[in-house]
Design a protein around this ligand. Sequence first.
Ligand SMILES: *Cc1c(COP(=O)(O)O)cnc(C)c1O
Length: 396
Amino acid sequence: MDDLKKYKNITRGVSDTYINVHPIQRGGVLTAEARKALLEFGDGYSVCDYCFEARVDLVDNPPVHDLTADVAEFLNMDDVRFTAGCRHAKWAAMHMLCEPGDTVVLDALAHYTSYLAAEANRLNIVEVPHNGYPTFEIDIDGYARKFEEVEQKTGKLPSMAVLTHVDYRYGNLADAERVGRICKEYGVPFLLNTAYSSGILPVDGKKLHVDFLCGSGHKSWAASAPIGILATTYEWTTKLFNKSTVRGDWSGRGFTKKEVALFGCSPVFGAPVATLMASFPAVVERVKHWDEEVKKAQYFVSELEKIEGFHQMGVKPKQHTLMNIESLPLHEIAEKDKRRGYFLYHELKKRKIVGLHPGMSKNFKINTYGLKWEQVKYVAGAFKDIARENGIKVED
Ligand SMILES: *Cc1c(COP(=O)(O)O)cnc(C)c1O
């Protein structure tokens, strides 16, 4: 603690003059309304001024209660709570639905937080495989096969199936509706992880037969971290949002309005809720323009693939703005460059583009969500320039 001054003027170095293509950051860029709300509600428990029901989701001023209902309607689910992130939402659903020793079936592209949610709840996991390089497509029918394998081995069906709607490695969009139908057929509750989908593209929970829909406010709903979304249907509300029954053995104290999986009321009280709320009208609007975002992503891929040795990994054509590009020629150059893996990072930074993982070069992840067409073209052009300058062939 010899230098506390360093905490006082922290800056990020991502000014408006840079284009940020960070794979996890595009959908979490705040709207102007959210930036204003952040200042207004930045103080600690700022949304709790008028709390009369002992729970954040029931507060009427600011209208968190209405927001809860509107987010449920937006996702075509019946009830919603705000959580500490998508990871907490998954943990909470598994915690309330499954018993230790149960099995959950998940896709082999699941986020580490899905695996850890199962681990923390002492659940066994069984993976549904993908088809490997280069498309890494999840075998949807594998869900049925794994359900039967689990039943044969343990004597009962898995207590939950988890599908990553859009995976974080290749940005593949999985056929959630088909998984939903399989789950329905077997009677296995279906958790859909929409960290990379809800908030940026239309998601209809009922149409996809989803029982538990988990989302990430800071990844895809233009909100400040940390905030997640846990949505469910009437069938599950009582069990999922089960209220506390604990009693102090000496005092007799009880907390009967508090919900166990939400740590009582909710773990988010200030900036996260306020920014999610302020951005919500823009989010409702922006998902209608998802087609245009997909077009930009496909255009970006077609430009980058003009560079010799550059290939988009994952399913083609792209159905999402998060992509993974194999770039072996760049890797060979980086090997000889004294900046090593940082070569591409520095070359892009010179051109006012940030967000690529420093040190990656055999392949890299990039996200074009929300970039203007001219920015998409500029970034693609920058990659082509860097390639040419380093003697890599580029198609005209
Ligand atoms: C980013 C991500 C998460 C984590 O979301 P948090 O809201 O930060 O907990 C979970 N799953 C997937 C697929 C992700 O991409």
